[in-house]
Design a protein around this ligand. Sequence first.
Ligand code: ZN
Length: 105
Amino acid sequence: MPKRCSKCKHNYANPAAAFGRCSRNRDGLRYDCKRCQADVQRKYIRRPEVKARRNATNRAWYRQNVERETARKRAYSLTRYHQRKRDKARWLVTLYRLRRDNGKP
Ligand SMILES: [Zn+2]
């Protein structure tokens, strides 16, 4: 049975996929669709006080995990360094073949 979102008034043919779950409701689904819910979430995390709180939490976590974070970043940049080098070498080979096959210098 199709279901209409109470916020955007859009009709969904497959409510189970378009609506989040809510056990309190008779059909077990929320009143608003996932897209409307995503909008609400997006607006919420963009609120300055929410951003400030999150930044403070993240900063506090970072201060307590500096060494761990430094090691993680170092490991990541090392792998990315070699990956980039490989990608560039492969791309140069491709470029060389393309130019050769097209008869350009
Ligand atoms: Zn909606």
